[in-house]
Design a protein around this ligand. Structure first.
Ligand code: SF4
Ligand code: F3S
Length: 437
């Protein structure tokens, strides 16, 4: 039996698609890139913006039309499935299963039913959230390991707390077990995943383990010659503690890069967003990061055009960007998300203004990012070789600790290993270099 899977949204969704693939592999189902021949099609959806949902609906309609010509099982899962669980099949009856975020563990039942030629099987909500095991593909040297799930923050523009539920943390034992298994399979770089990794909290009382406890435990038990670089996403500025920075500084296995979503540079907008920090506390945190990790790069998310945003708020954001100097930023404009408080705010910013403000932020970041990267030229850095360069097969593409990309001459045999490169020049957002060791 063959399956086809399409994934939208964040790393968490990608990790969960991988887990669905593991369930398929356990039942000897084969992945196909050709949906025309698949016995089962899975669309793992995202709800973060209405555009993401529209794209998923377009794909669902496409596959629904295909069902008129041949039989296969159509499964929709992920955050949109969670949000619209009860309406999706009414709107599109060709969908066989709508699998919410808390039902994914039951996916095997659908495979079994599909194999038996049955059209439906009842899928229960799981009473406790079960963390998906990371899927590992033969030859792969990077993996994502979920350590916590859900979000308690309720930023006023965000759908995640509604579709992913409250924060739940995975036991340190289960995390370590998975890291050991990945390490044994040759994985070199792992990204610890969670909507809000800094609020990791497992157990109670004296037994409680926090995020820095988990990091320290990982650093102490990681096998030499196995996993050599560990990243994590996503960090909320209100929860990144000095203790975490101390642990990171003491353990070079943690990559010198922190993605610290600021979202905006105006206190009034941060307050309206319900972010629970101020520009001043964010800058103080950045200073603390630089004190403990002078070599670390910082990246961020910036959301422009939030309801009520004034010209002065835009200027404040530009000023914050100049003060912090992010290596890179994911910049986007506010899109009202149905079901969140911000969508109901009556002081929405007109679309053209949102776009114009976003363009200013993007232009400034381009300048800052490029100047920052220029300052790295001439340095030697340890990089993990990820693939061959897309443009030239005699060149490799590698990633620095600071999450910057480097292209340099080198053979495919280096893929998956760490090498030292000297950064010689810059083209766009990518360094060009040579291998020195
Ligand atoms: Fe959404 Fe805010 Fe939670 Fe991030 S911290 S997932 S933006 S509610
Ligand atoms: Fe999208 Fe859900 Fe991730 S809304 S961004 S797939 S948490």
């Amino acid at each position: 039996m063959r399956y086809f899977i399409e994934t939208y949204g964040c790393q968490m969704n990608k990790a969960e698609s991988s887990a669905l693939e593991t369930i398929c592999a356990e039942r000897a189902w084969q992945l196909t890139e050709d949906f025309e021949t698949a016995n089962l099609i899975i669309i793992n959806t995202c709800s973060v913006r209405i555009t993401a949902e529209n794209r998923a609906w377009a794909r669902i309609s496409h596959f629904a039309a295909m069902k008129k010509k041949r039989h296969f099982t159509l499964v929709v899962t992920g955050c949109m499935a969670e949000r619209l669980k009860h309406e999706m099949r009414e709107k599109q009856p060709a969908i066989d299963y709508v699998l919410g975020n808390f039902q994914k563990q039951a996916f095997g039942l659908i495979l079994d039913a599909s194999e038996a030629g049955k059209n439906s099987v009842v899928i229960e909500e799981s009473p406790v959230f079960e963390f998906a095991k990371s899927h590992w593909e033969s030859g792969s040297f990077r993996a994502f390991v979920p350590i916590m799930h859900g979000c308690d923050n309720f930023c006023s523009y965000c759908i995640v707390p509604y579709v992913r539920g409250r924060e739940i943390s995975r036991s340190p034992g289960a995390v370590m077990e998975e890291l050991a298994a990945l390490s044994a399979r040759g994985v070199k770089e792992v990204t610890l995943l969670g909507q809000n990794v800094n609020s990791y909290s497992y157990g109670t009382g004296l037994q409680r383990k926090t995020f820095p406890d988990l990091l320290e435990h990982i650093a102490a038990h990681i096998q030499r010659g196995g996993i050599e670089r560990i990243r994590f996403v996503t960090s909320h500025p209100k929860d990144l503690s000095e203790e975490t920075l101390r642990v990171l500084a003491a353990n070079p296995v943690f990559a010198r890069h922190i993605h610290l979503c600021v979202q905006h540079g105006s206190n009034a907008v941060l307050h309206a967003m319900n972010r629970n920090y101020t520009v001043e506390s964010y800058i103080a945190l950045v200073e603390l990061v630089r004190k403990y990790l002078p070599d670390a790069s910082l990246s961020t998310d910036i959301l422009m055009g939030f309801p009520g945003e004034t010209e002065a708020d835009v200027e404040a954001t530009l000023a914050l960007m100049k003060a912090v100097r992010f290596a890179y930023a994911f910049m986007y404009h506010f899109n009202p998300r149905e079901g969140t408080p911000a969508a109901a705010m009556d002081n929405q910013v007109p679309s053209a203004l949102k776009l114009a403000r976003l363009a200013r932020v993007i232009a400034l970041q381009k300048e800052i990012g490029s100047a920052l990267m220029q300052s790295f030229l001439g340095r030697e850095m340890l990089v993990l070789v990820e693939s061959l360069s897309r443009k030239n097969e005699a060149e490799i593409l590698a990633r620095t600790d600071q999450d910057m990309m480097v292209v340099c001459p080198g053979p495919a045999t280096l893929i998956g290993s760490f090498v030292k490169v000297k950064l010689l020049s810059l083209r766009g957002n990518t360094f060009r270099g040579i291998i020195v060791a």
